[in-house]
Design a protein around this ligand. Structure first.
Ligand SMILES: *[C@@H]1O[C@H](CO)[C@@H](O)[C@H](O)[C@H]1NC(C)=O
Ligand SMILES: *[C@@H]1O[C@H](CO)[C@@H](O)[C@H](O)[C@H]1NC(C)=O
Ligand SMILES: *[C@@H]1O[C@H](CO)[C@@H](O)[C@H](O)[C@H]1NC(C)=O
Ligand SMILES: *[C@@H]1O[C@H](CO)[C@@H](O)[C@H](O)[C@H]1NC(C)=O
Ligand SMILES: *[C@@H]1O[C@H](CO)[C@@H](O)[C@H](O)[C@H]1NC(C)=O
Ligand SMILES: *[C@@H]1O[C@H](CO)[C@@H](O)[C@H](O)[C@H]1NC(C)=O
Ligand SMILES: *[C@@H]1O[C@H](CO)[C@@H](O)[C@H](O)[C@H]1NC(C)=O
Length: 634
């Protein structure tokens, strides 16, 4: 017994020394210098990133003038396990430079780690001398998956969840010159025993599952705020001009007065109080739409705090038109047609290399005629949603799914729900988001309990103004606004047959094709993700076409099938798989490097316009749709 204890001790001590060696850089040695690790595929933006990435203010819905970006070169070291947390590397240089905010498995991070489960990050910062606020907030826009934050030797925060932002008031821990910031990250992804929201990430990626992304992957920054400041804000306007706001005061009191004004040419001003909903009318605002995405700047003041935000005015609703459930925007029937959008980059994985790269995807989709995208089991940075608001594209937003083929246990489900709540709360002010998706194809769905009913009620409470796609594909039991079928490659949208769903089409809800298409084209090795396992799985693509002509012909055929379903049945919106190739998937509008666009733009636009026209025709025209009466310009 005694011997055993000693042995255990020795092993632990050895293990600890091993981990420590990674961290320490004693005797004046310096960390391994940063250089981009050549990713398996690069983009035109990879080598434009430099060492001051993502300089934009990262929170467009709540902007104060006094802020400072902490992105850039930090140091990093791998850690062995949770025990490392007992000995944070205070005042120690870590072994490698790392470029924040690119996750550790990405080439742009300079690390390109394989399986980064436990990690240390370290940087130092100075608070600008001329800041006028009473307090300093430290903000993390996203760290995957768990972060423990130390400032000047003190544990100041713990956050769990890879997709949401968190803020720490660090005022009392700061000094005037040199502040040390250390972050410990634990990200198990889908390792044994862990069932957490990961979306498409996998430690052992293959075909539809992609390389994991761990650590800091969005901007880290500090800002100056007064004693009582606006801690949370939600803002939404509708087509009739009603503007709703809620403002949460940091002092927790609800008697703080809130004043609202439009900037520039002020269209309205209003006063209210923190803590309770504020609602007032703006006279005939310009509505937001995908064709004309008008937005309004808004200034909100509370006590000594003044922030900038913005909103669009638009109303999303369901309407039965000539017996068919339709989606309408500002009272007009629309046919949301988008791509399945994974939001992955070969060089930055979860993080686009630059802002220009990020908006390139949205601009390309618009150019092809899409008015929508389905952001698939990933949540983007706030800047992405602000860009979608500005450029005018609708977003159907998935909640990132749990990594499980089975049903999650109670604890795992509870954590999924907690994170769902955080996501909806943080992103419910973006005009472009018109619908939430709770479950995708049964992933992590507590199927026998029909858990989606309770979750639909929860999301409805958090956000009563958007549609809810409770179950996109497979295990539909009647919850939510959509009767959503997935069927590859041919669509079955609002049709009496739903081959791949457990339920037939339900005409009391919106007939929707949450996924179809997925036709592939193995363009050339040059555009492939050069990881053998990925190359070996591209043959799992539903269909592979030899030439772009064939691929385009097939696309035209599938879109024509969808068109018939719009003309004859109850198809009210659809999602084509997908925006870009990703790793082992080669079915994108674009290759993974965004260098090759597959569609014949003129034909593709024509086919998409025909869908919009058919939907509009049936919504405006006679009760009985007669396909031959419909004329399209191709
Ligand atoms: C504070 O100083 C920085 C540069 O040191 C400057 O860019 C900024 O405008 C100053 N802010 C104020 C409020 O004076
Ligand atoms: C790090 O070093 C500074 C300067 O010597 C010192 O003030 C500080 O207490 C040290 N931090 C910790 C956590 O030991
Ligand atoms: C750090 O503080 C958080 C509370 O903010 C706590 O949950 C966590 O266990 C602490 N971590 C360590 C290593 O002390
Ligand atoms: C504003 O709030 C009212 C009352 O809760 C609600 O009926 C309306 O849908 C809301 N509109 C928007 C755009 O949030
Ligand atoms: C402030 O208002 C919120 C929401 O209405 C409420 O939950 C909270 O209890 C109120 N706080 C105080 C201190 O009155
Ligand atoms: C796809 O292309 C790559 C590179 O040319 C090749 O190695 C691979 O065998 C091809 N796979 C299929 C299924 O065509
Ligand atoms: C794809 O190719 C691999 C070998 O590279 C083979 O093992 C697998 O069965 C193929 N899958 C399909 C669906 O053809």
């Amino acid at each position: 017994m005694r011997v055993l204890i000693i042995l255990t001790f020795v092993i632990e001590a050895l293990a600890f020394r091993h981990a420590e060696q990674q961290v320490l850089s004693g005797g004046g040695s310096s960390p391994k210098r940063y250089s981009i690790q050549t990713p398996p595929l690069d983009t035109d933006w990879t080598y434009e990133v430099g060492t001051n990435p993502w300089p934009q203010h990262p929170r467009p819905k709540l902007v104060r003038p006094e802020w400072q970006n902490l992105n850039g070169l930090w140091t990093y070291a791998n850690a062995k396990d949770h025990k490392a947390l007992k000995h944070p590397p205070f005042n120690k240089t870590l072994s490698h430079e790392v470029l924040v905010p690119f996750c550790l498995e990405s080439g742009l991070s300079g690390i390109q780690a394989d399986k980064a489960l436990y990690s240390w990050y370290r940087t130092t910062f100075t608070v600008p001398k001329n800041w006028t606020g009473d307090r300093v907030l430290l903000n993390f826009q996203a760290v995957d998956y768990e972060a423990t934050v130390f400032v000047n030797g003190q544990n100041v925060s713990f956050h769990r969840g890879g997709f949401t932002a968190f803020t720490v008031d660090v005022t009392k821990h700061l000094n005037n010159h040199h502040n040390e910031l250390i972050v410990f990250v634990f990200d198990p992804t889908d390792s044994d025993g862990y069932v957490i929201p990961v979306g498409k990430q996998a430690l052992d990626p293959s075909h539809i599952r992609y390389r994991a992304c761990s650590g800091i992957w969005q901007t880290v920054w500090i800002e100056s705020v007064p004693k009582n400041y606006i801690e949370e804000l939600s803002i939404n306007g509708d087509a009739g001009g009603q503007l709703n706001l809620t403002v949460v005061a940091s002092n927790g009191k609800n008697d703080s007065r809130v004043d609202i004004a439009g900037s520039d040419r002020t269209v309205a001003t209003y006063g209210g109080f923190a803590g309770s909903p504020i609602s007032f009318n703006v006279q005939s605002p310009k509505t937001w739409s995908t064709d004309v995405p008008d937005l309004y700047d808004v200034t909100v003041s509370m006590d000594e705090d003044t922030i900038r935000t913005y909103t669009g005015f638009r109303t999303v609703s369901r309407a039965v038109v000539h017996g068919v459930q339709r989606i309408s925007l500002n009272g007009e029937v629309i046919f949301p047609f988008g791509t399945l959008d994974q939001g992955y980059w070969p060089d930055g994985l979860y993080t686009p290399p630059t802002y220009d790269a990020m908006v390139f995807d949205i601009i390309t989709l618009k150019r092809l005629g899409y008015n929508m995208l389905r952001k698939h089991v990933k949540v983007e940075s706030p800047l992405y949603y602000a860009a979608a608001d500005e450029l005018g594209i609708l977003i159907m937003q998935d909640i990132p799914s749990l990594a499980t083929q089975r049903w999650p246990d109670k604890k795992q489900h509870k954590e999924f729900v907690r994170q769902l709540e955080e996501i909806v709360t943080q992103f419910r002010s973006y005009t472009s988001i018109f619908s939430w998706v709770i479950y995708n194809e049964g992933w992590g769905q507590v199927e026998p309990d029909h858990a989606e009913y309770a979750l639909t009620r929860l999301v409805r409470t958090l956000d009563p103004t958007r549609l809810i796609n409770s179950v996109s594909g497979w295990f539909d039991h009647g919850a939510g606004d959509f009767s959503d079928n997935h069927h590859y490659t041919n669509p079955q949208c609002g049709t009496p047959w739903h081959e791949s769903n457990t339920a037939a089409f339900d005409p009391s809800r919106i007939g929707f094709q949450g996924e179809f298409g997925g036709t592939g084209h193995n363009v050339s090795g040059k555009h492939l993700w050069k990881v053998q396992k990925a190359v070996d799985t591209v043959n799992e693509t539903y269909e592979l076409w030899e030439t772009l002509d064939q691929w385009n012909f097939r696309g035209h055929f599938l879109l024509s099938e969808l068109l018939e379903q719009v003309q004859l049945y109850s198809c009210a919106g659809a999602v084509w798989t997908e925006t870009t190739d990703v790793e082992g998937e080669i079915n994108g509008m674009m290759t993974y490097d965004r260098r090759l666009l597959r569609p014949d733009v003129r034909k593709w636009r024509g086919d998409i316009q025909a869908l919009y026209d058919a939907s509009a025709y049936r919504s405006k025209g006679s009760k009985q749709a007669v396909p031959q009466d419909v004329h399209f310009e191709l």
